[in-house]
Design a protein around this ligand. Structure first.
Ligand code: ATP
Ligand code: MG
Length: 449
């Protein structure tokens, strides 16, 4: 019979959960302090634990770490009123089985306990989870919405293990930020974090950029050069916009992922690297696979741990927290002092169509702070900035800027040529690398955003 231990200082929670699960046929033990809880845990070895984080005499996260260390097969479900990224990541990473927020939804708790009991049933010898409690990530991902909590959970699961991760999400949803935070929370955080943008360099040198080349490998290769994979060492290689990787290089990357071995361009020596690959794409890779534009085997390799970053529109409840975060951050960076927001601004922000997601929100706050004449962000100012963003391409003054006209022209050319970049570059009389960098800089997308 499954033994369940509930540790919480709220008598009503002990009582409710106790009655509920006893009725379902479990043996329930309860404790209202950390000390009593640990005592019961050690003596009676429950298979499932429901553990509160804020206890009168202890921090639930510390107890969690001890429990994981002492009795790995036990499934520990954290319940807490904390909703921040750090606690969720630390808890999941330390080895929590699940993380449920208060006020408790009994169905959710039941599901978690059932799932725990089922897994214990299936495999009594659960492999060990690495207990670790590293300091907080210096870079923060803001979000308290259900969708972001799920993202944090996934991050907590992957960051402690050197597995490859695929980040899928629209532009500005925080893919690069997520990659950094995964790296900073991993065991190899002291090792390098290397960014490689697959869309930023011309096809012919991508291979040597990634894998390096030997002296004399091609004209101009007058010395041996180390590629990004080697540079990343035991750290993380962030492959941004992986969909842009030419098919041939996709094959070579797949080979590396399968064997963890590679050769430099023009070389024969087999080199090894243990780096973690975090790949990002704002295009749906499975659709590209269907269209034959992305290698299926590579996609299958990469997608094992996929984290979907939700568009801002699907987590509007995060906007106030993001605004607060950006106010603090940008005030610090720009030396501005706006700390207040006029009533109605948040509602206005929630109604905006966020094509550029969090990046757009950040830009709007920057614009507002720069234009702000005091300590308060005014509704009128925000209205004006949002209207500009909404109507882009606009009739406003900015549409006369050279950059704007250039962006429009490039976008139109690309779309008329079915996104054939080589032809577009020829027509625009610029080189392919220049075109790529402009596409990147102006965030020109095939769908016209
Ligand atoms: N949840 C978040 N909390 C705090 N800042 C965020 C969050 N998401 C994104 N940002 C910020 O928004 C900006 C854009 O994020 P990032 O560059 O990671 O997006 P991206 O998904 O890589 O976009 P793109 O596909 O256009 O490259 C960054 O300044 C980042 O710090
Ligand atoms: Mg990015």
């Amino acid at each position: 019979m499954t033994k369940l231990l509930v540790i919480d200082d709220e008598p009503s929670i002990l009582e409710t959960l106790g009655m509920f699960f006893e009725e379902k046929g479990l043996t329930v033990l309860t404790a209202d302090t950390g000390t009593k809880g640990m005592d019961l845990f050690r003596k009676l070895r429950p298979q499932v634990v429901i553990l509160d984080i804020r206890l009168p005499d202890a921090n639930g996260l510390d107890l969690l770490a001890t429990m994981v260390k002492e009795n790995l097969p036990a499934k520990i479900i954290m319940i807490t009123a904390f909703q921040d990224m750090e606690t969720t990541i630390v808890a999941m990473k330390t080895g929590a089985f699940d993380y449920i927020h208060k006020p408790l939804d009994i169905d959710q708790v039941e599901q978690a306990v059932d799932r725990a009991a089922r897994i214990i049933e299936i495999d009594r010898k659960t492999p060990s989870l690495t207990p670790c409690a590293e300091p907080a990530a210096p870079v923060e991902i803001i979000g308290k919405s259900e969708k972001m909590r799920h993202v944090f959970k996934m991050m907590g699961l992957v960051c402690g293990r050197q597995v490859n991760v695929l980040l899928q999400g629209a532009t500005g949803t925080g893919k690069e930020l997520t990659a950094r935070v995964i790296h900073m929370n991993s065991a190899s955080k002291e090792a390098p974090f290397i960014v490689f943008d697959c869309s930023s360099v011309v096809d012919t040198i991508i291979e040597s950029e990634l894998f390096g080349h030997e002296k004399g490998a091609f004209t101009g290769a007058d010395q041996t050069t180390i590629g990004k994979i080697e540079l990343a060492g035991a750290g993380t290689l962030f492959l941004d916009e992986i969909s842009q990787l030419p098919l041939k290089i996709q094959g070579k990357l797949l080979g590396f992922l399968q064997r963890r071995e590679f050769t430099r361009v023009g070389g024969t020596r087999v080199l090894k690297s243990s780096c973690r690959i975090v790949a990002a794409s704002n295009q749906n890779l499975s659709e590209l696979v269907e269209k034959g534009q992305f290698k299926q085997d590579l996609f299958y390799r990469l997608k094992v741990f996929t984290i979907h970053l939700p568009p801002l529109e699907e987590r509007l409840s995060d906007i106030p927290f993001l605004v607060e975060h950006f106010l603090t951050k940008i005030n610090r960076e720009l030396g501005t002092t706006a700390t207040k927001i006029q009533d109605g601004v948040m509602e206005r922000l929630r109604r905006h169509t966020w094509k550029g997601n969090v990046r757009e929100l950040e830009n709007i706050i920057v614009q507002a702070l720069v234009g702000c004449r005091g300590n308060v962000l005014l509704r009128d100012d925000i209205d004006r900035i949002l209207d500009q963003h909404r109507t882009e391409p606009v009739q406003g003054l900015e549409s006369f800027s050279l950059a704007h006209v250039e962006k429009q022209h490039i976008a139109r050319t690309l779309s008329q040529l079915g996104w054939n970049k080589t032809r577009a570059a020829r027509l625009l009389q610029i080189t392919l690398p220049t075109l790529r960098s402009k596409i990147k800089r102006y965030h020109i997308r095939p769908n016209g955003n």
